[in-house]
Ligand binder design. Structure first.
Ligand code: UT7
Length: 333
């Protein structure tokens, strides 16, 4: 068996969330809902939306925050991977637009589409590029302007989503006790109909009809997704623990995708993890799709809760269906 010389570690974090807050009272004024329903069914109190700007603006600001806090210049970046389902446009890629905005003149990059699992899929891809030996500084950013595809007359979906972005820097790491240790990632396209945006693509190019039928908005069969999400996220989280001989006591934090507090609680319960060891920001940001996990990592690291040597399980579930888990040992002081 080949002996691993190095693996991939997160060496920097950064985030951006817009200032404009939509609280539950706001939704009471536009659709038939109430604060109590939203909080008990989802755990959400507020979400943020960007009023002037696109996904590339969210992503660029998150990366600039990462660079400033890690004393790194944009020219040092080799790769930019943007996990998003709300690219500024079909092409050019949001990665290109971000590259230009931040002045990363030595980078290549691309967008990756895996909905709420986007950050984990991009982490896997970025780690592969680092471990190829060819790239030293790979930025993975989860960025979504969910307000651009949300139907604010549909109470089933509009209360769920928010805008935001967060980024991590990936670099080779010689002390292989730290960094990304393992991953389990899955897709199952048979679930595609339960959570999708039908219009604007090659199947249903934009037309007056697609607009009239509101096909440019998110559609979600909440119940169906909920059922698969609870099982999918918990299954891979438990599997990755068992595969790496981890007990719940060994884990410092479960860092789950923030779609619904009840899905998060069910996952933690299956893993035997108590609530104090689960990162949470759904109450303030709602579901920011590809941004939820790196937002949690950034906030929990910056407030001193995630520390060097901590065992973390990152877990996500999203449209596709897509889902997965990573096991990593935090390496930043
Ligand atoms: O991030 C990507 C993956 N996405 C997810 O993981 C989301 C998974 N799904 C969910 O989180 C939940 O299914 C929702 C939060 C979307 C919905 O919660 P639920 O407990 O599954 O509610 P439901 O869809 O079964 O609806 C229950 C009732 C319905 O009324 P009836 O038919 O029982 O009379 C809905 O019409 O709640 C109603 N309802 C609402 N009521 C007040 C749906 N949305 C609202 C609302 N306010 N905003």
């Amino acid at each position: 068996m080949e002996v691993k010389k190095y693996n991939t570690a997160i060496t920097g974090v950064g985030m951006y969330v817009p200032d404009k807050v939509l609280d539950n009272k706001f939704f009471e004024s536009i659709v038939d809902t109430n604060d109590e329903w939203i909080q008990t069914r989802t755990g959400i109190k507020e979400r943020r939306i960007i009023e002037d700007g696109a996904t590339s603006d969210l992503g660029a600001r998150a990366i600039l925050d990462l660079l400033a806090s890690s004393n790194t210049s944009a020219e040092e970046i080799d790769v930019i991977i943007v996990a998003t389902v709300t690219p500024d446009m079909f092409f050019p890629s949001t990665a290109c637009l971000i590259q230009d905005k931040i002045g990363a003149k030595n980078a290549f990059g691309f967008d990756l589409s895996a909905a709420c699992s986007g950050f984990l899929f991009a982490l896997e891809t970025g780690a592969g590029l680092v471990e190829s030996g060819k790239y030293k500084k790979v930025v993975v950013v989860g960025a979504d302007k969910m307000s651009s595809i949300t139907d604010y007359t549909d109470r089933n979906t509009c209360i769920l989503f928010g805008d935001g972005a967060a980024a991590v820097m990936l670099e080779p790491n010689e002390d292989i006790r730290y960094g990304i240790q393992d991953s389990i990632l899955r897709i199952d396209g048979s679930g595609w109909e339960s959570l999708r945006m039908l219009g604007g693509g090659s199947k249903n190019p934009s037309s007056h009809e697609t607009i009239d039928k509101k096909m440019h908005y998110i559609y979600q069969d909440g119940k169906a997704v909920f059922k698969f999400a609870v099982k999918g996220m918990a299954d891979v989280s438990v599997e990755i623990m068992e595969k790496n001989n981890l007990t719940s006591d060994d884990i410092a934090y479960l860092v789950p995708h923030q779609a619904n507090l009840r899905i998060i609680d069910a996952t933690a319960k299956r893993m035997g993890i108590t609530n104090d060891k689960v990162t949470m920001n759904i109450d303030r940001y709602g579901n920011t799709t590809a941004a939820t996990i790196p937002l949690c990592l950034t906030e929990y690291y910056r407030t001193g809760k995630i520390k060097k040597g901590d065992n973390l399980i990152l877990a996500a579930f999203g449209a596709g269906f897509t889902w997965g888990a990573h096991y990593l040992v935090w390496s930043m002081e």
